[in-house]
Design a protein around this ligand. Structure first.
Ligand SMILES: [Fe+2]
Length: 389
């Protein structure tokens, strides 16, 4: 039997079309008078930032903007944002954007509440984060990362060429997650695809890992069903509101499950490899997911059979082994249907396999994977993934 486990989420989740309109009211309810809006240049360029600042202006709420977040945010960006938070005399944070913007917003909060540099708060036992982040609202503009409800922030250390985790404590959780699927209507198809597959990876990896427990399992299965039914539609019809709504729910549910018990080879690989080449986390995880499942299904055949069903596969009359294999096939097919780039297209080279396998093997998410892993297992999974190029 598993040891005693808990499921903690300190975040109030508010979602629905037009939810962004309530941003100023939510900020006021948290006692925020002057928020720092943390976002990235792409949001500004796309003209989306107004969607966050207009409700603040309408409510005469003064605010500062930090828009220097880039994908895979480095330590320096977080520390600079924390300086802006201080110099602008802010008393709350609004993370507005994809995973990088929300991770940076939460990380800025960690530094604002605990001092120093974000480097000091890399996850460790004992937990280095002692104080809760200031009132923070996370507003996702993609549907994948689910950072609005996770207890983690992933930061890149450009000197060590790794991404490290900050969090694992309710102290880093956003106070409010404001999820408005309308914000994703103009998301480009490749971003829809990569982020949506990331949500699926969160759901599958937490559902099958050694730390799985009934409550997140049920949440994860629901996320898989939404992705199976709606990702292709959101990819093909960006303005399909129902598809965007269901994918925003998939991201939130996947992250709710994943954020409390993350483990699995796909994220061990994508997170470590993401420190080597600066590529989108979603696309990289997506490309690795099916080959990892192909390796893993023997460890948890019943659960993989259930994944197949959640993804819409007809498993009636099949043995549990055949049904489990259907889950692998379904994810391979989905990966191609939403045109996820190959590892080669993402800029990786086969000569890098020994190095990539080595850093994946050292990643903490290796522990808890549903099938035992050796260094050579990672070499084989990488070879299989490159073969699809
Ligand atoms: Fe992820």
């Amino acid at each position: 039997m598993p040891t005693v486990r808990s499921f903690v989420i300190p975040t109030v989740m508010k979602h629905g079309l037009g939810a962004i309109q309530t941003l100023a009211d939510e900020a006021k309810a948290l006692g925020i008078k002057r928020p720092l809006v943390v976002t990235d240049g792409g949001i500004v360029k796309a003209g989306l930032l107004d969607r966050a600042t207009a409700p603040l202006k309408a409510a005469n709420m003064g605010h500062a903007v930090f828009d220097k977040v880039a994908p895979n945010p480095p330590i320096a960006t977080v520390d600079e944002g924390a300086e802006v938070y201080k110099s602008e005399k802010c008393d709350g944070v609004i993370g507005f954007g994809g995973g990088s913007a929300m991770d940076t917003a939460k990380a800025i909060g960690v530094v604002a509440a605990n001092g120093g540099s974000i480097l000091q708060y890399e996850w460790a036992d004992p937990q280095p984060i002692k104080n809760r982040i200031p009132p923070t609202i996370c507003v996702p503009t993609t549907a994948g990362t689910g950072s609005e409800v996770t207890l983690w922030s992933v930061i890149t250390d450009t000197k060590r060429h790794i991404k490290f985790n900050v969090g694992g404590t309710p102290h880093i959780g956003a106070w409010v997650a404001l999820i408005d699927p309308e914000l994703a209507l103009d998301l480009p198809a490749p971003v829809t695809a990569g982020t949506g597959m990331d949500a699926l990876a969160h759901a599958i990896e937490c559902y099958t890992c050694a730390y799985a427990q009934p409550l997140p399992d049920s949440v994860a299965l629901n996320a898989m069903e939404y992705v199976g039914q709606w990702l292709r539609v959101a990819f093909a019809q960006g303005h399909n509101v129902e598809a965007r709504y269901k994918m925003s729910m998939a991201a939130m549910l996947g992250a709710l499950a994943y954020g409390t018990e993350s483990a699995g080879a796909a994220h061990a690989m994508s997170q470590s490899a993401g420190g080597v080449h600066d590529v989108p986390h979603g696309a990289l995880t997506a490309r690795l997911l099916a080959p990892v499942m192909e390796y893993n299904y023997k460890g948890e055949p019943q659960k993989f059979a259930r994944i197949a069903q959640a993804l819409g596969e007809d498993i009636r009359g099949l043995s549990v082994w055949d049904a489990a294999e259907k889950a692998v096939e379904a994810v391979y097919r989905l990966t191609e249907d939403v045109e996820i780039p190959t590892l080669q297209q993402l800029g990786f080279k086969e000569e890098e396999i020994p190095m990539l396998a080595d850093i994946a093997f050292k990643d903490p998410q290796t522990i808890g994977n549903p099938r035992d892993l050796t260094l050579n297992s990672y070499v084989q999974i990488y070879k299989r993934t490159f073969d699809q190029g």
